[in-house]
Write a new protein. Sequence first.
Length: 315
Amino acid sequence: MAEPEIDFYDSTSLKSYNLDERMRYQLNMLDTLDVFTRKHCENVANLTCRICEYLHCNKGFVEYCTICAYLHDIGKLFIPPSILQKPSRLTDEEYEIMKTHTTIGYQMCMKDPKLRPYAAGPIYHHEALNGTGYPKGLTKKDIPYEGQIIRVADEYDAIVSKRQYKSHIGISDTLKILIENTKPTTDNIHSDALQEISENAKMGKDNPIIVKTLFKVVIDDIEYEIYCTQTYLEHLQEEIKRFKEIEKYREKMEKAKDEKTKNYYLEGIKILLKSNETLDNYQSLYKEYTEAYEKRKAIVDNLYHEIKIIKKLKV
């Protein structure tokens, strides 16, 4: 029984820009990254693109910001695999090495005339509005808007990937983490930012407007998953209906008194049976389809509940 493949990110908006040859050069740089990092870059670019659209940015900025997002982790090419792919928590020393991917990525872009326009992606995506980010500990006034957008998209996808969601059920917990990151904190303020602490203490790490906009993108994705799942449910319903007809014909065949009537119902059953289905195995398939329907129906109910939770979240 084939189940639908639901992409966690609907890339329709991204593809609509029909990126030209000039931009494909930048995207080809991703091919040298490991699979996980490349997928992460693609996801962050997709989220960034759609956040920009909801923010009503002009097309030129959306394209620019999307390419910056594609390249935001390009510096990880030079991070040792033992650190980049480490499943457990990084040591303080390893974390310092990991942090260098921002400046390495920036230097890579600045050395290549084709990549230079998009250097903001690598250098700014870990800076925080309150000065607690890296590599420079910049504050809001010095962090360009593209950096603020990519940071939110990057954080969201990093958490989602780590938790390995199979569905958007429970995704509201991820959004709650981002909400916390919009709240004021004075922990670990970079020394260069201490003189502005009174102003920056009023800010969190993430731009609340961008986080709130991300909610709209996430709801779109949940609604897309609901649509795909409901389409699959309709298919299952049709199959279950067919199996019920087979079951009804079989019961009548078994109750029939003469061979002619039995053959009549048997022929009806044969018409309803599909390839690889027989009188011996259809009941197990019937059970399988019924269980799949109940499972998917529960998922849809939970997804609707997830949307209700997200709509009540306050940033």
